[in-house]
Write a protein that binds this ligand. Structure first.
Ligand SMILES: Cc1cc2nc3c(=O)[nH]c(=O)nc-3n(C[C@H](O)[C@H](O)[C@H](O)COP(=O)(O)OP(=O)(O)OC[C@H]3O[C@@H](n4cnc5c(N)ncnc54)[C@H](O)[C@@H]3O)c2cc1C
Length: 435
């Protein structure tokens, strides 16, 4: 006999769990299905989980700023106690270097319009607040084998922009488990080690899913939150022809290095987005630093056709690119012989802006294309998808009359139409992890 529920959510990453939670709160009996053994075991678990407001678009900044208030009061948002404990938000603040990419200017413009608190620092102030930093400019980002890589900086940075309401979540997998527990408390169910292999249809509308073990699940609503497998799941649903924006998997390395001995970066360092060098970095544990790439043009992009088969080892070429760049900003950085870090996949859309939308198949929805930058926004994405699905299921034609969602904390309006699968590529995007 087929199982029945109101909504199947494919994927139990941080966004998938948040969508399930918000639907369950709205009275839907949800079933979250994930092929992995637990919530947040996919890319979410390897996320740097940085919570920062700088995005290139008004919607991006509004969503990210709103998300800060959820993370800052996580228990209040979820309203449950998890037996594993609650994920901790580290209020480190975030500094963006004023790089020649100019992306920071777009963010500052949106900060002013949306009321995001920020401070502008000149290079001297940056040196005072971040005493480990060389505040010279190294732009444009280069590969370590470029003869100019080791050139001394010719000028100081123009400065930096600091947002105090920002930081990172210490344990992204635990955070996802927390959301699972909240969704369960609201009536949702989770099924692990279960792979969706087909989307079922009846009379031109979604009718549920089929699992690899042959189980059929009946549901009038199915939501694709499958991360780097999103395109595969869309193909099962046959909805790709109607989409102007598509998604594909991109390999990404994050490296883990010791902070300079005797420094307090691990405890008091400021999370930094350094477009001048093409990297981002943040404190990790008591005395380490995580460093990731902001996808500068000189770094080849490693697109992955099969998300079940990619190289999970840290490569010497990317380790050197990211860690040596970090050593330009922090000249006292000790560079260890052993390479440590994580390798995982981003689910990247054509313009690096997510798709939060319905589809050409009634009852089938997508929260995909998170492009390496939507951990932070997951609670807001859950709210947005909950509203969108509920209103479309009650008759609103979202393609003609895009759903607008009111943010719970900031009161800002979010136009869900911005995330449409049918949008024109957003030309002002950074086309990188910055969104
Ligand atoms: C290395 C790295 C660093 C990052 N750093 C940051 C950061 O600092 N800040 C930030 O905001 N964002 C960051 N991100 C992005 C962020 O982590 C993701 O946007 C977010 O975690 C995506 O969550 P998700 O719910 O879409 O799913 P994912 O975590 O991608 O999970 C998708 C789930 O779907 C399941 N699934 C797929 N196909 C099927 C199927 N057919 N049947 C059943 N289950 C299926 C998978 O098993 C998986 O568990 C980073 C990402 C990576 C990889």
């Amino acid at each position: 006999m087929a199982r029945t529920c109101d909504a199947v959510v494919i994927g139990a990453g941080i966004i998938g769990a948040s969508v399930a939670f918000e639907l369950a709160k709205r009275g839907y009996v949800t079933l979250s299905v994930d092929r992995l053994p637990a919530a947040g075991y996919g890319p979410t678990g390897n996320s740097c989980a940085i919570v920062r407001s700088h995005y290139s678009s008004r919607e991006g900044v509004a969503m990210a700023y709103e998300s800060y208030f959820y993370w800052a009061d996580w228990e209040e948002h979820l309203g449950v106690a998890d037996e594993l404990g609650m994920a901790r938000f580290e209020d480190s603040g975030v500094v963006i270097t004023k790089s020649a990419t100019g992306h920071w200017r777009k963010s500052v413009e949106h900060y002013r319009q949306l009321g995001v608190a920020f401070e502008e620092w000149d290079a001297q102030e940056l040196a005072r607040r971040c005493p480990l930093y060389d505040v010279g400019t190294f732009h444009p980002p280069k590969r370590p084998d470029d003869p100019a890589f080791r050139d001394p900086p010719l000028a100081p940075l123009e400065g930096a922009v600091f947002t105090p309401q920002a930081g990172f979540v210490v344990d992204p997998q635990l955070a996802t488990h927390n959301v699972q527990r909240a969704a369960e408390a609201a009536g949702g169910e989770f099924l692990f080690r279960s792979e969706v292999i087909a989307i079922r249809e009846r009379h031109g509308r979604v009718a549920g899913v089929e699992l690899a073990d042959g189980t059929a699940i009946d549901a009038p609503v199915v939501v694709n939150v499958a991360g780097p497998h999103s395109a595969i799941v869309n193909r099962m649903a046959g909805v790709e022809d109607d989409m102007r924006v598509t998604t594909r998997a991109l390999r990404h390395e994050v490296h883990h290095v010791p902070a300079p001995p005797g420094s307090d970066f691990g405890r008091h360092g400021i999370t930094t987005s350094d477009g001048d060098l093409g990297i981002y970095f943040r404190p990790e544990g008591a005395d380490h630093i995580l460093v990731g790439s902001e996808d500068p043009e000189c770094d080849p992009r490693e697109w992955v056709d099969d998300p079940d088969s990619f190289d999970r080892s840290i490569t010497e070429r990317q380790w050197e690119a990211q860690v040596f760049r970090l050593a330009r900003r922090i000249p006292t950085l000790p560079i260890p012989y052993a390479r440590r870090g994580v390798v995982d996949l981003y689910d990247v859309s054509d313009d690096w802006i997510p798709i939060y939308d319905a589809s050409s198949l009634p009852g089938y929805y997508m929260a995909i294309g998170s492009s390496g930058n939507q951990f932070k926004t997951a609670p807001v994405a859950g709210h947005l998808m909950g509203e969108l699905i509920d209103r479309v299921e009650h008759g609103q034609d979202h393609d003609d009359q895009p759903v607008s969602v009111r943010c719970r904390h900031t009161g800002l309006a979010l136009d869900a139409g911005f995330y449409s699968r049918r949008r024109e590529i957003v030309a002002t995007s950074s086309f990188s992890v910055m969104g």
